[in-house]
Ligand binder design. Structure first.
Ligand code: FE2
Length: 289
């Protein structure tokens, strides 16, 4: 059977936004009722990495319900602490896949690395209605435990899903995600299998490359930083130019096709469920140990 390369459907230029206690982020998309990237709700790139701009600011204690937050650090780290007694540090190359389920309260405080830089991503993944009120769950994977394929000018870190027989350590996620950090040297063409029917996006954060079937993209080379949204198909094809490497996050997942109502850090299916989240917060029943 012929492989169906995915074409580029949309090219997003990330916009600077301010969240938490004044954290500057580059946001590719955020939660909306249109749910265009189902099952993905939000993708942020921590961009507050100018060492001359004083101490980093973070995200003081806040709740989440009905979603998963995925933190992946490139440089610097994030110190986190939550209402269930979990605490730790997400360092360079580490990932934290947090399933909020019915509710957690946590704080996330970024810290600079040795060279003064903080660089990382946070992805929000939706939960289906049947799992929105499930028990909270963490999967924390340190850098050394993430399988890395390195060959033929390519480096692929597989966090979730499968590439070329290598399966990522984050498992049992409702969206059946693919989540990979890919680096390609110049003058390569690589194919990545992505299940047909799944939503797929790529966040290009270093260099540039051609994404999608040849000649179909809105532009020849797509440069960092950009979010590419793909049409359906069963593989993503990426080419690098003769003198330009590229690095990107490749993310795909099964859409839930349910109505959603986002409100700040909550994403539920109905307005009533959002109101219930506020009632639970007020009554002190939001977090159940
Ligand atoms: Fe959070």
């Amino acid at each position: 059977m012929d492989r169906q390369p995915r074409k580029v459907k949309q090219l997003i230029r990330p916009q600077m936004v301010i969240e938490g206690a004044g954290v500057r982020l580059l946001r590719s998309f955020g939660p909306s009722r249109e749910n265009l990237y189902d099952p993905f709700l939000l993708f942020d790139h921590f961009a507050f990495n100018d060492p001359i701009q004083g101490p980093p600011v973070g995200f003081p204690t806040h709740p989440h319900r009905g979603i998963e937050t995925v933190t992946y650090m490139l440089e610097g780290n994030v110190r986190h602490r939550d209402s269930l007694g979990n605490m730790g540090v997400i360092g360079p190359g580490d990932v934290q896949w947090m399933t909020s389920g019915r509710g957690i309260m946590h704080e996330e405080m970024p810290q600079r690395g040795p060279d003064g830089v903080i660089n990382g991503f946070q992805l929000w993944v939706n939960l289906p209605a049947a799992q929105k009120m499930s028990q909270p769950r963490y999967q924390e994977v340190i850098a050394d435990s993430i399988p890395t394929l390195e060959r033929d000018g390519m480096k692929v870190r597989v966090v979730a899903g499968e590439y070329d027989g290598v399966t990522g350590p984050v498992t049992e996620i409702a969206a059946r995600p693919l989540y990979m950090d890919v680096t390609l040297e110049p003058d390569l063409e690589m194919q990545f299998s992505v299940s047909p029917g799944h939503s797929a996006v790529a966040y290009i954060f270093e260099g540039k490359g051609r994404f999608g079937a040849e000649g179909d993209g809105p532009e020849e080379f797509i440069e960092a930083v950009s979010m590419v949204v793909f049409d359906d198909g069963d593989q993503v094809v990426v080419q690098t130019g003769v003198d330009s490497p590229v690095r990107f996050m490749l993310m795909a997942g099964a859409p839930f096709q349910e109505p959603i109502v986002p409100y700040g850090p909550f994403v539920m299916n109905t307005q009533e469920e959002i109101q219930q989240a506020f009632i639970d917060l007020r009554n002190g029943t939001f977090v159940q140990a």
